[in-house]
Ligand binder design. Structure first.
Ligand code: GDP
Length: 364
């Protein structure tokens, strides 16, 4: 599944948010209990009302939502790239994540110490980014040194790595994170393998006081401006509110949210923003046994999408039968959608759309 690493300076609300996210009613309402993989790793259900609708129409016995993993990465402080705080351990944790949720303290509270002694989320973002950039520069230098022997041997893979590492090095030396580099389609795989920390997509999570949860505040507005310049995402959240919601059942939490002027819980917004940032979308498989949501990258073709279920589905792919979510609902199920002529047979070049209901036919 997809992993989102939660980073930020100490005392910005990371743990509060992580605990709330992984204990919330939405996570529990799913048919699997929230599972703690490690104390700081939690898996949550991706909330999607469409899945419940499909399950109801098909009378599916089980509903299996898509999942997303959150990792609470503590120990990131000024000087971390030189081994301060938890040093290298957290860098390794970030390396394994697909994206970074960077929590920024946008709330005032005299009782809660700010490590830098002032509220300035834009400066905090720079502090953390600087550590990540220094860590990248360090690892690039080491890797370039290791590559030099292979290069002399004429290793093509090593040559590609060397070229990409030097591109990243130039950007970092100019003070730009690696994610600002436009990488060609052909280089994407080698680029991802480099696992540079500053190449990962970033979502800024502005932790604001309860009263600003709906609209945000001045600080979160500054963060949003910075994010727009960087091509990063922003979400405004009150970790305190999320903490309260996580202790309520679904009905109570809906009431609480509307009292606070919020349309949906922070978990939903955070996950949606994460999906957007990572270029992810959902398709469904629906039957009497189960209704299930699957996560894929936008632009994936039918065989690759089938491969998310099982590698054999991709290898032996013959064709896909598909109907759009809205057509499935309008037809009150598969039979109705078929009668309305909304069922299509698609081949290997079909690009799966968000909300597609799919059946795969394959050679097993
Ligand atoms: P972490 O070090 O980033 O994991 O921060 P914690 O989640 O442990 O939070 C540090 C302190 O800030 C705790 O006492 C939280 O209760 C408090 N805190 C977290 N979010 C908020 C918030 O939105 N408003 C206020 N006033 N306090 C908060």
């Amino acid at each position: 599944g997809f992993r989102m690493g939660i980073v930020g300076l100490p005392n910005v609300g990371k743990s509060t948010l992580f605990n709330a996210l992984t204990r919330t009613a939405a996570a529990q309402a799913a048919n699997f209990p929230f599972c703690t993989i490690e104390p700081n790793v939690g898996e949550v259900a991706v909330p999607d009302a469409r899945l419940d609708t499909l399950a109801e129409i098909a009378g599916s016995k089980q509903v299996i939502p898509a999942r997303m993993t959150f990792v609470d990465i503590a120990g990131l402080v000024r000087g971390a790239s030189r081994g301060e705080g938890l040093g290298n351990q957290f860098l390794a944790n970030i390396r394994e994540c697909d994206a970074i949720a960077h929590v920024l303290r946008c709330f005032e509270d005299g009782d809660i110490t700010h490590v830098e002694g002032r509220i300035d989320p834009v400066a905090d973002a720079e502090t953390i980014e600087t550590e990540l950039m220094l860590a990248d520069m360090d690892s690039i230098e080491r890797r370039l040194a290791n590559l030099s022997r292979k290069l002399k041997g004429g290793d093509k893979e090593a040559a590609d790595q060397d070229r990409l590492l030097r591109l990243a090095q130039t950007a970092l030396n100019e003070g730009r994170p690696a994610r600002t580099i436009a990488v060609s389609e052909d280089d994407q795989k080698a680029w991802r393998m480099l696992q540079l920390l500053t190449a990962k997509p970033v979502l800024y999570v502005c932790n604001v006081e309860e009263s600003a949860a709906a609209e945000g505040n001045g600080e979160s507005a500054r963060v949003a401006e910075m994010a727009a310049r960087q091509g990063a995402g922003t979400v405004v959240i009150s970790a305190r509110i999320e903490e309260e919601i996580s202790q309520l059942d679904a009905e109570e939490s809906a009431m609480f949210l509307s009292e606070m002027g919020l349309e949906e819980a922070g978990l939903d917004r955070l996950i949606r923003a994460g999906y957007e940032l990572l270029g992810l979308q959902t398709y469904f498989t629906v039957g009497p046994k189960e209704a299930r949501a699957w996560t894929i990258h936008k632009g994936m073709l039918a065989p690759q999408a089938a491969g998310v279920i099982h590698g054999d589905f991709e290898k032996g792919f013959i064709r896909a039968e598909t109907v759009a979510y809205a057509d499935y609902v309008a037809g009150k199920g598969e039979a109705g959608a078929k009668e309305a002529g909304k069922f299509r047979v698609e081949g290997k070049t079909y690009e799966v759309k968000d909300g597609d209901v799919l059946h795969f036919l394959f050679n097993g």
